[in-house]
Design a protein around this ligand. Structure first.
Ligand SMILES: Cc1cc2nc3c(=O)[nH]c(=O)nc-3n(C[C@H](O)[C@H](O)[C@H](O)COP(=O)(O)OP(=O)(O)OC[C@H]3O[C@@H](n4cnc5c(N)ncnc54)[C@H](O)[C@@H]3O)c2cc1C
Length: 179
């Protein structure tokens, strides 16, 4: 139905998916998409151009363009290697992906893009990247602060808290004249 936005002559080849259910069949009919039921055998190509779709019955349906729905296969072994708990994403009975839902408490693992949201498009995935980078920075700052507190406490115990502090960064050098 999405493709119907771009052209009036749209057919749906069901191939091995079976005919659409009653509701979808009615919708397709309403928007003017005819359904070609039955398995597809091959495409017909002449002079390096698509000419049609050959059904297993032998019938050739003339076509200039063919769009095939991709079969998504998760490529996410890294999740197992890292031991990160992941949720499953299905499209009907097919497993199409695994992802790490937000709030999953895996320490020191930051996820972005389709690994956190399988439906994310490029612009969303990029914004996740920014969020992940910010989370990394915040965690590193906290880690540094924790380490500084540990040093401070150790210094207090030793009676020299000042020596335990890391040197402060110099912000500016100003010369003051005295009379
Ligand atoms: C058919 C299709 C059409 C799409 N069309 C659009 C579109 O028109 N516009 C749009 O904005 N978005 C589109 N998207 C979505 C877009 O592809 C994603 O939003 C985007 O790719 C997500 O980026 P990502 O970095 O999260 O994942 P990916 O782009 O999948 O990048 C992950 C990378 O990690 C690599 N990788 C995996 N495991 C390992 C490992 N163990 N070690 C090293 N590398 C590893 C993979 O090889 C891959 O290169 C489409 C997606 C599909 C499937």
């Amino acid at each position: 139905m999405l493709l119907r936005q771009w052209g009036e002559d749209v057919l749906l080849f069901t191939h091995d998916q079976g005919p659409p259910d009653e509701e979808n069949a009615e919708r397709l009919e309403a928007v003017g998409v005819d359904v070609v039921d039955g398995p597809v055998h091959s495409v017909v190509v002449e002079d390096d151009r698509l000419r049609g779709v050959r059904l297993r019955s032998g019938e050739i349906v003339p076509r200039e363009t063919l769009v095939v729905s991709p079969r998504l296969v998760p490529f996410d072994d890294l999740l197992d290697a890292l031991g990160v708990p992941a949720a499953l994403q299905h499209d009907g009975p097919a497993l199409t992906g695994r992802f790490v839902p937000s709030g999953t408490g895996a320490t020191e693992v930051y996820v972005a893009g389709n690994l956190s949201d399988p439906g994310a498009v490029v612009v969303t995935a990029a914004s996740h990247g920014l969020r992940a980078a910010t989370a990394v920075d915040v965690d590193l700052v906290q880690e540094d602060a924790d380490a500084a507190v540990t040093r401070l406490r150790a210094g207090r115990t030793a009676g020299d808290a000042r020596a335990a502090r890391p040197p402060r960064p110099v912000r500016s050098a100003r010369t003051t004249r005295t009379a």
